[in-house]
Write a protein of this length. Structure first.
Length: 246
């Protein structure tokens, strides 16, 4: 399924998924494993969930490791990338999924909230990509960043979140130019992702042309398109929202 460079001699591809312990990140990790990749996942606090996801990946026949990492810490990022390379021999696909989400009235957002949002959602992907870049270049690999519909649509009660994701969208495109031609860099921007039914989920489903909210599987399909599709495609922002943003 993976159309990589013919110069890479190994058979199985090697992926690193940040924030891969649960929710969307877990589904991304499992989807990559099903596509024939060995997968390293990182987690910050969710150790039990990370271990369960690691076992689920191994049940699919892939090698898997779960690494504690804080994307806000340069040293922590460096250690996790080094551990991934030590375990797998390199990195073919980096999925920058780790993120934080918060609602707050714009006039009440503190400097700490603003800086914390950007430290995880924007600086984190930069740090992980920079650290993994030599291995991705050697493998003619791919980076897939997880953006958001909020990165292109202003949500009044999520100003710091929307701004951090808009910055990530631009970072994706600057990375695409800077890291070419060896590495392709793209972004998947989900809309409202439903995990359990609620009045809020029904509200967004009613506003979505496709008649339902996104699932984690929908997001994973978008990530797989960039992770296993044409390497020539780069610098793209793929919105996975069922038309919600139209």
């Amino acid at each position: 399924m993976f159309s990589g460079s013919p110069s890479t001699p190994h058979i199985r591809k090697r992926a690193l998924v940040t924030g891969g312990a649960k929710r969307v990140g877990r589904e991304l990790a499992l989807a990559l494993a099903r596509a024939g990749m060995d997968v390293a996942i990182t987690f910050r606090d969710s150790k039990a969930a990370a271990e369960e996801t690691r076992r689920a990946i191994e049940d699919l026949g892939a090698r898997a490791i779960a690494l504690q990492m804080d994307v806000r810490s340069e040293a922590s990022v460096r250690g996790a990338v080094a551990a991934t390379v030590a375990a797998f021999g390199g990195i073919d696909v980096l999925v920058n999924n780790a993120a934080v989400f918060e609602a707050a009235p714009l006039a009440e957002i503190t400097v700490e909230q603003w800086d914390g949002m950007f430290a995880t959602n924007t600086r984190g992907p930069f740090l992980v990509a920079r650290e993994a870049l030599p291995y991705l270049k050697a493998a003619h690999g791919r980076i897939v960043n997880l953006g958001s519909l909020g990165g292109s649509h202003p949500w009044a009660t999520h100003a710091h979140y929307c701004s951090s994701k808009a910055a990530l969208h631009m970072l994706t495109q600057t990375m695409a130019k800077a890291f070419a031609p060896e590495v392709s860099v793209n972004c998947v921007a989900p809309g409202y992702v439903e995990f359990e039914a609620s009045p809020e989920t029904r509200h967004f489903a009613a506003k979505t042309p496709m008649g339902r909210n996104a699932t984690a599987h929908d997001v994973a399909e978008g990530v797989l398109f960039f992770a296993a599709g044409p390497h020539f495609i780069t610098g793209q922002i793929l919105t996975v929202d069922g038309g919600l943003g139209l």
